[in-house]
Design a protein around this ligand. Structure first.
Ligand SMILES: Cc1cc2nc3c(=O)[nH]c(=O)nc-3n(C[C@H](O)[C@H](O)[C@H](O)COP(=O)(O)OP(=O)(O)OC[C@H]3O[C@@H](n4cnc5c(N)ncnc54)[C@H](O)[C@@H]3O)c2cc1C
Length: 302
C-alpha cells in the first residue's frame, strides 16, 4: 500500500482536515511555492502522535507549517506532508501570571489577549504574524525582546509520538534560533508574564506596532527579515549602504522601505528570491566584508 492511501486513517476528530496536492503558496506570507503532496490541519495531540508514528513507519517527510511567515517554499513544492496545528493545539489558558499556549496559536492574538488581561511580556509580538510554534522555533523577537524571554517550559513531541516537557534552558534559545527543531514538533509552552496596568501594556503594544508599520513594508507579500543581523550591526543598514534597495530580480525586489525585506512584487518564484539573496550576499560581502546569513527557513529544496 502507498502512504497516500494509508494517511486518511490518521484523521479521527471533527475539524481536522486532509487535502492532497495542496498549493503551499497560499499558506505562506511570501505567496510563493509549489504543492505539498499532502496537507493536514490537525486538531488533537492524539492525531499528531499518530502522524509522528506514520512519519516513522512510512519514512515520509513531514514539515510543520505555522503561519508560513518565515518560510520560502521551493517552486517544485514539498514531496511530503505539510501539517498545521489548529483547534486544541492552538489553545490559550491563563492561570494568574502563568499562561499555557498551544503551538498553533497566533502570536498577534496572544499579544492582544495578554494586553487585555493586564499581563506584560509579549507586547512586542503584535506585529509578528507567526504562530507560537514558529516563534519558539525561531525565538522571534523585536524591540530588544525575544519570545524565549517569557518561556518557562516548552512541550515537544518526539518522532515516536511522546510528549516531553523541556525547561527554558533545555530549549537553547539564541538570537533567532532555538534547539527545538531537533524534535518532531513543538506542541506548546507555558509562559511567565508580569502583571501590570492594562492601559500601560496596551499603549506599549500599540506603540511598537505603529513604529513597525512606519518602518517596515506591510502591503506586499514578504517573509519578514531575510537575513539575521550580524553582531553589533543591522543587515538592513548593510544592504542599504551597498546600494541594493529597490534592486530586482524577476518578480522579487529589495524593499525600498527596509533593505532587509525581500518583496514578492510580481509573481516572484522561489528561484527569483534565492537569486536575489545570493546577489545581496555577494554585494554586501564585496562592499563591507560581512557575510550575511539568512533567517528565513526553506522547505522543499534538496
Ligand atoms: C510582515 C512580517 C513581519 C515580521 N516581523 C518579525 C519580527 O519583528 N521579528 C521576528 O522575529 N520575526 C518576524 N517575522 C518573521 C516571522 O513572523 C517569525 O519568524 C515567526 O515566528 C514565524 O512563525 P510562523 O508560525 O509563521 O513560522 P513558519 O514560517 O510557518 O515556520 C518557520 C519554521 O518553524 C517551523 N515550525 C513552525 N511551527 C512549528 C511547530 N509547531 N513545531 C515545529 N516546527 C515548527 C517550520 O517548519 C519552519 O522551519 C515577520 C514576518 C513577516 C511576514
Amino acid at each position: 500500500m502507498d502512504w497516500k492511501e494509508a494517511l486518511p486513517k490518521i484523521i479521527t476528530q471533527p475539524g481536522s482536515r486532509l487535502r492532497f496536492a495542496e498549493p503551499l503558496a497560499k499558506h505562506t506570507y511570501f505567496g510563493i511555492g509549489g504543492e505539498a503532496t499532502a496537507y493536514m490541519e490537525v486538531n488533537t495531540v492524539n492525531e499528531l502522535a499518530a502522524l509522528a508514528r506514520f512519519h516513522k513507519q512510512w519514512d515520509v517527510p513531514i514539515a510543520v507549517i505555522g503561519r508560513g511567515s518565515n518560510l520560502l517554499v521551493s517552486d517544485a513544492g514539498f514531496k511530503g506532508i505539510g501539517v498545521r496545528l489548529i483547534g486544541k493545539l492552538a489553545k490559550l489558558e491563563v492561570d494568574g501570571d502563568v499562561v499555557s499556549v498551544g503551538a498553533g496559536l497566533s502570536l498577534p492574538r496572544l499579544s492582544k489577549t495578554m494586553s487585555r488581561r493586564g499581563l506584560s511580556g509579549v507586547e512586542f509580538a503584535l506585529g509578528i504574524p507567526g504562530s507560537v510554534g514558529g516563534a519558539l522555533i525561531m525565538n522571534a523577537g523585536a524591540w530588544g525582546s525575544s519570545f524565549g524571554d517569557v518561556v518557562r517550559n516548552v512541550t515537544v513531541m518526539t518522532d515516536t509520538g511522546e510528549l516531553v516537557e523541556l525547561t527554558h534552558a533545555e530549549a537553547n534559545f539564541e538570537y533567532r534560533h532555538s534547539g527545538l527543531d531537533a524534535y518532531f514538533c513543538v506542541t506548546g509552552a507555558t509562559l511567565t508574564l508580569e502583571p501590570g496596568d492594562v492601559d500601560t501594556i496596551t499603549e506599549r503594544m500599540q506603540a511598537f506596532y505603529k513604529q513597525k508599520v512606519a518602518t517596515q513594508p506591510f502591503a506586499e507579500e514578504n517573509a519578514g527579515c531575510m537575513f539575521k543581523n550580524p553582531a553589533g550591526d543591522s543587515a538592513g543598514r548593510l544592504i542599504d549602504i551597498s546600494g541594493l534597495k529597490g534592486y530586482r530580480i524577476g518578480g522579487a525586489e529589495v524593499s525600498t522601505v527596509h533593505g532587509n525585506f525581500i518583496l514578492n512584487i510580481d509573481n516572484a518564484t522561489a528561484e527569483d528570491v534565492l537569486n536575489l539573496v545570493a546577489h545581496i550576499q555577494q554585494q554586501v560581502r564585496e562592499k563591507t566584508g560581512i557575510s550575511l546569513q539568512t533567517e528565513v527557513k526553506r522547505l522543499g529544496f534538496d
